[in-house]
Every structure is written in structure tokens, then in C-alpha cells.
Design a protein around this ligand. Structure first.
Ligand SMILES: Cc1ncc(C[n+]2csc(CCOP(=O)(O)OP(=O)(O)O)c2C)c(N)n1
Ligand SMILES: [Mg+2]
Length: 372
């Protein structure tokens, strides 16, 4: 894929495939028979779709970072390096009926569920036509099955357990899914939500997105135990996946979703990955001081998009085809950013921001638009 020296982490700018990692990527596909079967069932169009979702997610970050450099934004929260966790876990969901609640590093889930890229940019600009009506940069859209998170970590867990409880009571075979950062595992809400989901067998999937850091605090500073068996402690069936391997995450989440739809939920997928930048763009230097350069190098060699590209090429995909797909995405993201910028001309009516939609709980889509 295209590398941008001005925006990409340096490890990605100079990225070239490590033959050993490329071969290990293929081995991971074959380790588990059930996962292998799921991956073997993905046709070319679907594999290209996964590539588009990954690249769209990366270039949404590129667009936001460009805005930061241009002074349009003061900072942006990026998911660079963690794209495979988001794309792999949303892919198995049914876009017209399942519900997600993404953390700020899961922006890819929003466009995968059907939200407009321009709306994701507008969320940052706080324009009156942004999904939150300009009130918050966290965005969601109920009629696309995306619940807007709030900033408080861990609160998404009981909310999604509640959504899944509603599915259960109505006898619907729908699935709720949310992500939990390693830092968020330390919150009380998270514990309460997981426990409720487990004792009620709710159809909810928790993706434990362990990037080894919470803001500027390393995982070994914020927790003494291992997170690998954390879900099982609550009685939640757990799969482990390589967080930088989109197909592995996809296959594990497919199995988790099957379990939920059979009424045997909840389920957890533990995926280790790494944040290739700061908590947000303002503290990249701090992040580089938090971890040794070797760790950035180690994870940098495991760029989830670079490795997926190599796997696709190994399957017979033409590099020219990948380039063409990426060029389409770049044009799409650029157009979305341009469109969002025009929203800055809209008049802001503070009364609307204060009162509109409050009684309905959502500005952009009244609850009736898509009953939960
Ligand atoms: C309850 C709560 N405490 C503190 C914060 C401040 N805060 C925002 S993000 C963050 C770290 C989150 O870490 P993690 O859950 O691992 O997610 P990551 O940022 O690594 O994706 C913290 C401490 C918050 N938003 N909510
Ligand atoms: Mg974290």
C-alpha cells in the first residue's frame, strides 16, 4: 500500500515484507480446522472487501492526521496498527441487524456498518450536521446499528449486555458486539457488564483489544495479572486471535457469533495488537518514550495491512489490482474530507445542540428508526 512519510509511523514508511512473518501468516490460517474452513470459504470479492475495509480505515487516519498538520484539528485519536482487530471482528456481523458500540480506536466499525465517511470527519469538526449534532466527537448512528459510546471507558460493556438482553427477551437471533481495551478491563462497569452477560447467557461478543497500553500507562503498570484467561474467569467462552491478522480475528469472531446466535453466548475474543502512535496525535513523542524502539520495530514489521497484502498476493491477487482498490479508497476518503469541510459553513444554533434529540436519546436517528 502507499506509505506517507508525513503521516505514517516510520516503521511503516520503510516497511517491506519479512519472509518469515509472511510464511507464519499463512500457517496461522491453517492452525485450527474450523477457522481454516471459514477462511477458505471467503471468495475473491469478500477478500477484496476486507482489503478495502482495512485500507479505508488506515486512510481515514491519514486524512485526520493531515487535518491535524494543517491546523484544522488540534488532535485526533487514531487506530493505526490496530485495523485488523476492528475489521476482522465486524466482518462476520449482519450489517442490517446486529449492533456494535465502537471505542474511539474502532472507527473502522462505523463505516463498515454503513455510516458515511464524511460523517466520521464531521464528528471531529463538531458541525451541526455531525452524527452527534456537534456535541461529541464520539459518533454513532442507531439506524446503522452503531451505538455512540461515551468517553468513559468500560461503560459500553453493560450497555451492550443490555442490548443483548433485549435481543434475548424478544427471541431475536441478533448479536451485540463491543471492544474492551486493556485499560478498560480495570473499570467496575466492565466487570458488572461481563458478569451480567455471563449469568444471563446473553448474545454479546466482547473483543478484548489488548494493545498493551492505556493512555501513557503500560499494561504491566496498570494490571498485575494476565488478560488471556480473563473472560473464562467470568464463565465466558474465549477465543484467542492474532490481533494483527485480519483473517484470524475474522474466523475467531465468526465462531463466537455462531455461539451467540445458537443462544450459547456470550463470547470473548482476545486479540493482542499494538498502537503504532500515541494515545492521540498530541502525545506521539510520549508514546515513543513509553516503549523501547525495538517494540515499535517488532510490531511495525507486523503491519496488519502489509501482511494481508502479501497473503493476498500469495493467493494469486495481482498487485496492480490492490493498487487500484487503494486508489479508489484514497479518492473516496479525500472526497469525504472535502465534503465534511463544507459543513463548517452551516450556522450553529446552540439551543438545538442543547435540547434537540435529548428526550429521544439520539440526534441523528430517532429510536423508532431501528428498534433495538
Ligand atoms: C472511566 C475513565 N477513566 C479514565 C479515562 C481517561 N482515559 C481515556 S482513554 C484511556 C485509556 C484507555 O486505554 P484502553 O482501554 O487500553 O484503550 P486504548 O486507548 O489503548 O485503545 C483513559 C485512561 C476515561 N475516559 N474513562
Ligand atoms: Mg489499551
Amino acid at each position: 500500500m502507499k506509505r506517507f512519510p508525513a503521516f505514517d509511523p516510520p516503521e511503516y514508511v520503510t516497511w517491506s515484507p519479512d519472509p518469515e512473518l509472511v510464511s507464519r501468516y499463512s500457517e496461522t490460517v491453517r492452525i485450527d480446522g474450523a477457522r481454516q474452513e471459514i477462511i477458505a470459504g471467503l471468495d475473491t470479492r469478500t477478500l477484496e472487501g476486507i482489503y478495502l475495509d482495512l485500507v479505508r480505515t488506515r486512510h481515514l487516519d491519514t486524512g485526520l492526521k493531515r487535518w491535524v498538520r494543517q491546523g484544522i484539528l488540534s488532535k485526533a485519536w487514531l487506530g493505526t496498527g490496530e485495523e485488523a482487530v476492528t475489521v476482522g471482528s465486524v466482518h462476520p456481523l449482519r450489517r442490517d441487524e446486529d449492533v456494535v458500540c465502537p471505542m474511539i480506536r474502532n472507527a473502522g466499525a462505523c463505516h463498515m456498518m454503513g455510516m458515511e465517511l464524511a460523517d466520521l470527519f464531521r464528528g471531529y469538526l463538531a458541525t451541526p450536521d455531525a452524527p452527534s449534532g456537534g456535541r461529541d466527537l464520539h459518533v454513532g448512528q442507531l439506524d446503522r446499528g452503531v451505538i455512540q459510546p461515551i468517553s468513559h471507558m468500560g461503560t459500553n460493556v453493560p450497555v451492550l449486555a443490555g442490548v443483548a438482553l433485549a435481543f434475548r427477551i424478544r427471541g431475536e437471533r441478533r448479536v451485540a458486539l463491543t471492544w474492551i481495551g486493556d485499560g478498560a478491563t480495570k473499570t467496575g462497569e466492565c466487570h458488572e457488564g461481563l458478569n451480567l452477560a455471563a449469568v444471563k447467557d446473553l448474545p454479546v461478543i466482547f473483543i478484548l483489544q489488548d494493545n498493551g497500553v492505556a493512555l501513557g500507562t503500560r499494561a504491566d503498570q496498570h494490571g498485575a495479572g494476565e488478560l488471556d484467561q480473563w473472560g473464562e474467569m467470568y464463565g465466558i467462552s474465549t477465543w484467542h486471535a492474532d490481533g494483527n491478522h485480519v483473517l484470524d480475528v475474522l474466523a475467531a469472531t465468526t465462531l463466537a457469533a455462531r455461539r451467540c446466535r445458537e443462544g450459547r453466548g456470550p463470547a470473548m475474543v482476545v486479540a493482542r495488537t499494538f498502537r503504532m502512535g500515541g494515545h492521540a496525535t498530541h502525545d506521539e513523542r510520549e508514546a515513543r518514550a513509553t516503549f523501547p524502539p525495538e517494540l515499535f520495530e517488532w510490531w511495525g514489521r507486523r503491519d496488519p495491512i502489509g501482511l494481508y497484502e502479501e497473503w493476498l498476493v500469495g493467493q494469486g491477487m495481482e498487485r496492480g489490482r490492490l493498487e487500484a482498490l487503494e486508489n479508489d479508497v484514497l479518492a473516496e476518503v479525500e472526497a469525504a474530507a472535502r465534503e465534511a469541510l463544507t459543513s463548517r459553513d452551516l450556522p450553529v444554533v446552540p439551543e438545538h445542540a442543547l435540547f434537540e434529540g435529548v428526550s429521544q436519546g439520539c440526534v441523528s436517528a430517532p429510536l423508532e428508526a431501528r428498534p433495538l
